[in-house]
Design a protein around this ligand. Structure first.
Ligand code: AMP
Length: 319
């Protein structure tokens, strides 16, 4: 941390008590605070959340924290990109006074009882949002949303923001946090911002840094598949199973091409699923257009697991 050069105009806090003192001064000034939780390795998707927050709030704070509780023991906690200096420089590049503060807490302070990645050995307090956490992402990552809900609760308590900002890129996370804020009566208004994509349509993600160029090219199959399903849905196709089948065909075609390259990597669908827009119940037959739907997928491109989604006619994403 000592070697980090902090851009002028941004306050960086490592201690929760110091952040809280700054937060109190914002309150005393009668100014509003918007908050963007992140795990760092910031890209334009994160920066768009910061810009949205700044449009609505006097001050914007971010947290940069790679949250151990949302990683399984087999996942990439230790290799997850950590790029604090670049992150601060990108925030500074948004302009003077856009991001006011960044909280970069220590794991030990966030998890006073310690944090074991093996859930059966964990101690302390955890938050679980039942009904939304065990489908889709929750099948492959059964404790992921427990980790997310827990850390976001901690941060809302610490930051006490009037507004909090999330990306549609992680759509199930948006549903989970929306219900958590409602159920735990956090006095915070949630906002969901559209997925930021590169010019080819690939959803920006910190994990894209793991992709070699040919993987980046074939990763485009995710957004192409989603766009194709969207087109059919808009043309009147209403059967969820049929839509998933056409979306699957596009990924499978890309996978065949990859295997012909003989580069020693392949693609594998984890899931492609259509779920109701009001509770993420999996749809197999008719899509009730009055509720809308979420079409989402997770696909391994090599060893990197990418996710993407589109929301069709979902009215209730904002509180
Ligand atoms: P992460 O650092 O991956 O935990 O993401 C922090 C926040 O940025 C979450 O609310 C994500 O949904 C959001 N985010 C990540 N990628 C994108 C993107 N491509 N477009 C919009 N928001 C994003």
């Amino acid at each position: 941390m000592n070697s980090i050069k902090i851009p002028s105009g941004i306050k960086v806090f490592n201690k929760i008590a110091d952040f809280r003192q700054w937060r109190r001064s914002i309150l005393m000034d009668n100014k509003t605070l918007g908050y963007v939780p992140t795990m760092g390795a910031l890209h334009q998707g994160h920066l768009a959340l910061v810009s949205s927050a700044k449009k609505q709030c006097d001050h914007v704070a971010l947290s940069i924290f790679v949250n151990p509780a949302q990683f399984a023991p087999t996942e990439d906690l230790h290799t997850y990109p950590r790029t604090l200096q670049e992150d601060l420089d990108k925030l500074s590049g948004l302009g003077e006074g856009v991001a006011s503060a960044v909280l970069v807490p220590q794991v030990e302070e966030m998890y006073p009882a310690g944090i074991n990645l093996d859930v059966s050995k964990q101690k302390g307090t955890f938050v679980e949002v039942l009904g939304l956490s065990h489908q889709l992402e929750g099948i492959t990552r059964p404790n992921f949303f427990r980790g997310v809900a827990t850390v976001v609760s901690k941060f809302i308590n610490i930051v006490q923001p009037e507004h909090i900002y999330f990306g549609q890129k992680d759509i199930q996370q948006c549903f989970v946090i929306r219900d958590m804020i409602r159920d735990l009566h956090f006095p915070t208004q949630m906002h969901i911002c559209p997925t930021v994509r590169d010019s080819n349509g690939l959803a920006l993600s910190s994990r894209n840094a793991y992709l070699i160029p040919s993987q980046k090219k074939y990763a485009l199959a995710l957004s192409q598949s989603l766009r194709h399903m969207e087109k059919l849905y808009k043309a009147g196709e209403n059967n969820a199973t049929e839509l998933v089948k056409t979306g699957t065909d596009i990924i499978e075609k890309a996978k065949k091409e990859v295997e012909q390259l003989n580069e020693g990597w392949s693609m594998r669908i984890d899931y492609i699923s259509i779920n109701s827009g009001n509770g993420l119940k999996e749809l197999k037959d008719n899509i009730p257009r009055e509720d809308g739907c979420v079409i989402s997928m997770a696909v391994f491109v090599g060893t990197t697991r990418l996710i993407d989604n589109i929301c069709l006619d979902v009215k209730e994403l904002e509180q």
